[in-house]
Design a protein around this ligand. Structure first.
Ligand code: GLU
Length: 373
């Protein structure tokens, strides 16, 4: 199934690319690999020209910061790695901006913490920001906010962060550019008989057992974190590729059939999101009128104007059940207002929200992307 790669990438509407520290930063000198970065920028511009949205998850802040602050390549104490991340991140973001600007690409830095995905309200917020940036044709450059993250509250590796970002933005392809060219039956360095998988349709316990864990000197992730990322991405409907990224034009190489392991998505991103929303326990009920019910069935968002009443005490981002006045449950969605706010704006036009609440808010109560009808 070698054609899976070209097909997935060629048809992708939204691609997340994770770039490991070892690709961006020279291990010996600690300097940026400028020529490689320029080739990567060309690859990104070509994907963009083909009509795909591109989000980068770029590591490298700590690796770059070490060089800037004169820190050794050995394990650093927490405060020093946080300081290195702060010094390195600014240079990393500038490097991406300088590489992509000549191709007419706008870059935008997004630093996230683990809580931005575990806390539903913050998750929805970061999702809205990423979506808005993509709407402006920007290329978001995402990294973990390592300067404030401590070990207990961090992803720690950008493989899983990238999978989370892919799920958050509903990407159809995630590419992990790494220092290995895929998943092998055994560690190819120890076992000459090791064979690379072209395609993995199911991540079985046998497959998981094959993932030894050898991160490179600079990056945190090994094959284990990559498999965790694959599970996360594929169950969110996103195909995932692991391929070697250190040579120039890594995406072009992938498109031209270079070595890779592809992980097959379990369903499409849209269906995965609906399933995720439907599976949540509702914290309350939004009772809506006939007109709103019709609008929702036609695939529209729920506006405050269509809301008749509210039951339960829910917060922003919570799942609520959507019920018609005849008692029939229509579906479920994530609300952008608390129960108290929703009660205050029920039946009113969106442009009256600011006057009713005393502060501006979102125009819709439940966005159609956050709804399973
Ligand atoms: N966020 C880390 C950095 O920018 C990288 C984590 C990883 O290597 O996966 O340095």
């Amino acid at each position: 199934m070698a054609s899976l790669s070209a097909a997935h990438l060629g048809q992708a509407k939204r691609v997340v690319i994770k770039i490991g520290s070892a690709l961006l930063v020279d291990k010996d000198s600690g300097a940026l690999r400028g020529t490689w970065l320029a080739s990567m920028a060309e690859d990104i511009a070509r994907l963009r020209a083909g009509g795909a949205d591109v989000v980068l998850v770029s590591s490298g802040s700590i690796a770059l910061g070490r060089g800037i602050l004169g820190l050794p390549m050995t394990e650093l104490p927490l405060e020093q790695s946080q300081a290195a991340a702060a010094a390195g991140q600014i240079r990393l973001a500038r490097a991406w901006e300088e590489a992509l600007a000549p191709h007419g690409q706008i870059t935008a830095q997004v630093l996230v913490t683990l809580e931005d995905s575990t806390d539903r309200r913050r998750y929805l917020n970061s999702r809205a920001t990423l979506e808005t940036l993509l709407g402006f044709d920007a290329v978001p450059i995402v990294n973990e906010n390592d300067t404030v993250a401590t070990d207990e509250i961090r992803y720690g590796d950008n493989d899983r962060l990238a999978a989370q970002v892919a799920a958050t933005v509903g990407a159809d392809v995630l590419v992990l550019l790494s220092d290995v060219d895929g998943l092998y039956t055994a560690n190819p360095q120890d076992d000459p008989g090791a064979r690379r998988f072209d395609v993995v349709d199911q991540i079985t316990p046998e497959i998981e057992a094959m993932a030894g864990d050898a991160g490179s000197g600079l990056s945190k992730g090994g094959m284990k974190t990559k498999l965790m990322a694959a599970k996360m991405a594929t169950s969110a409907g996103c195909a995932m590729a692991i391929c070697h990224g250190a040579d120039l034009y890594p995406i072009k190489r992938l498109e031209q059939g270079g070595p890779v392991t592809w992980f097959t998505p379990q369903l499409d991103p849209h269906a995965a999101r609906k399933r995720w929303i439907s599976a949540m326990k509702p914290q309350g009920v939004a009772v809506i009128d006939e007109g709103a019910a019709k609008a929702l069935r036609a695939g529209n968002s729920l506006l405050p104007a269509g809301l008749r009443a509210v039951e339960g005490d829910f917060g922003r981002g919570d799942p609520v059940s959507i019920r018609c006045t005849d008692g029939q449950t229509l579906g479920q969605g994530l609300t952008r207002y608390t129960a108290r706010e929703a009660t205050a704006i029920a039946g009113h036009k969106s442009h009256d929200i600011e006057e009713l609440l005393g502060y501006p808010g979102r125009a819709v109560l439940i966005h159609r992307d956050d709804m399973a009808v």
